[in-house]
Design a protein around this ligand. Structure first.
Ligand code: DX5
Ligand code: ZN
Length: 221
């Protein structure tokens, strides 16, 4: 099973509710929630208040990507009935096992993410404890950046590790994914695809079409 998680960072925030409902109706499996603090990454996006504004709307479950320093301080704010995954960065956590354990103790699936320059080997010891690993295919901080294809090697490595260690975490990839490189991403072994600027377009019809196009490619692979 493969999942599509459009990043609402690329949505029109003046009509965020409509945008979220549009991609949900078109078949998005998750809403990818990009939280940026201006410290861990050089950009500020939005926090739990904006995410929670979607709670009463019928949307897909949340895949929360915390690109923030000291995520332990804020994890509890992101717990809602719709929160399925909370993903923290290896680079931002001094006590990664403690952070992952805390997320799981709240009944939420835990994920760990690594930046393009961070090796897969840096997370080997945490793999038995996580439900998802997010391989960044751009340097986090902005939507619309160019895909770094070298990061596909890390997906392949991770698949081997998963098999050898007899684990079943999902492999997610985020950044610069379009309908044109999606096949490469899937062939490398990605289970969960994040896409922002390639999904959200000027009209809701065009956005709906992009979700359908992605899902079609994902179902064919
Ligand atoms: C990057 C974010 C991504 C980004 C994806 O820091 O984590 O989720 O919004 O956007 P695109 O698909 O435009 O690269
Ligand atoms: Zn993200």
């Amino acid at each position: 099973m493969r999942y599509l998680a459009p990043s609402i960072l690329a949505a029109d925030f003046s009509k965020l509710g409509d945008e979220a409902v549009c991609i949900t109706n078109a078949g998005a499996d998750f809403l990818h929630i990009d939280v940026m603090d201006g410290h861990f990454v050089p950009n500020i996006s939005f926090g739990a208040v904006v995410m929670k504004s979607l709670n009463s709307i019928a949307t897909s479950p949340y895949d929360v990507h915390l690109m923030i320093e000291n995520p332990d301080r804020y994890i509890d704010d992101f717990i809602t009935e719709k929160t399925e995954f909370i993903v923290v960065h290896q680079e931002a956590c001094i006590h990664l096992h403690r952070t992952v354990s805390h997320i799981k103790s709240l009944g939420i699936k835990a994920g760990v993410s690594i930046n393009p320059a961070t090796p897969v080997e840096s997370i080997t010891e945490i793999l038995p404890f996580v439900d998802l690993v997010l391989i960044m295919s751009v340097n986090p901080g902005f939507g619309g950046q160019k895909f770094i294809s070298h990061t596909l090697n890390k997906v392949r490595k991770l698949r081997v590790l998963r098999e050898n260690m007899e684990l079943d975490f999902l492999i997610e990839m985020d950044g610069g994914i379009t309908e044109f490189n999606l096949e490469d991403v899937l062939n490398a072994g990605v289970d969960m695809v994040v896409a922002g600027s390639a999904i959200f377009k000027d009209s809701s019809d065009a956005t709906l079409n992009q979700v359908k196009k992605f899902k079609e490619i994902m179902n064919n692979e």
